[in-house]
Design a protein around this ligand. Structure first.
Ligand code: ZN
Ligand code: ZN
Length: 241
């Protein structure tokens, strides 16, 4: 199994990440990737992007170091109805929209409230991928979230950083979510959630659990650029239709 795409990368624009887009692309190229999503945090996360950052992503070249660059965001879910911190006028021009819970943009609610917030984000027509749903700080009803992802043709992220530096205690949840994606037929997006160039395309921990549960290739959206661009086209992304 060869991963060609990393759908979750942070540049210095995020404020607490340490590489430029060019540095990330160069590292991705050396590792044999073909496509990366630049998905800096939405404007509600302190110290990061301004709203204008996303409207101006159009200046990015199509490719850098022969890596296809997707213009994206990791938007913050701001409330339990699933509102995001970036307006539709910004979201509609992006290639990929990730959404998830982040402190301090929202304080975790009950499992019921968190689930409602996540399902609300899934229903947002611009959202493509729900990120790190296994975060134990924001308990959710896995079945309800995955049913919604299936109904709305959204991807569920299995996040490599959740097995290491971020969101302590995620491993068991992420494993369970991966198994449930397989059972429910929900496609998954693997993300490094890299905050420095050397971590781009690092999916070792996720790959281990995929091997453990026998995850078939057809569920994993990172293995083929042509398949992923077809997905973006089916999602009506303006640069792909
Ligand atoms: Zn971050
Ligand atoms: Zn995140």
């Amino acid at each position: 199994m060869k991963y060609k795409i990393d759908l979750h990368c942070h540049s210095i624009a995020s404020g607490h990440a340490y590489s430029t887009i060019a540095e990330i692309a160069r590292a991705a190229s050396k590792k044999g990737l073909q496509m990366i999503g630049i998905t800096d945090h939405g404007p509600a996360l302190p110290g990061g992007t301004h709203d204008f950052f996303f409207s101006n992503l159009k200046v990015l070249p199509e490719t850098m170091y022969a890596i296809r660059i997707l213009r994206g965001v990791e938007a913050n879910i701001m409330d339990f109805s699933g509102s995001l911190d970036l307006g539709e006028n910004r979201l509609e021009v992006l290639d990929i929209v990730l959404a998830g819970f982040h402190n301090p943009c929202i304080q975790a609610g009950s499992e019921k409230e968190n689930t409602r917030g996540m399902v609300g984000a899934i229903k947002n027509r611009f959202v493509d991928i729900i990120v790190h749903p296994g975060n134990p700080a924001f308990p959710i009803d896995f079945h309800q979230v995955l049913d919604a992802a299936k109904d709305y043709d959204k991807l569920i992220e299995i996040n490599n950083s959740s097995f290491g530096v971020s969101r302590k205690g995620s491993e068991e949840n992420c494993m369970r979510i991966a198994e449930l994606c397989l059972e429910h037929g929900v496609n998954v997006a693997v993300g490094s959630d890299s905050h420095i160039a050397k971590d781009v395309g690092e999916f070792g921990k996720v790959h281990e659990i995929f091997k453990k549960i026998g995850m078939p290739e057809e569920i994993i959206m990172n293995l083929s650029v042509s398949r992923f661009t077809a997905f973006l086209k089916s999602r009506g992304k303006s640069r792909f239709v």
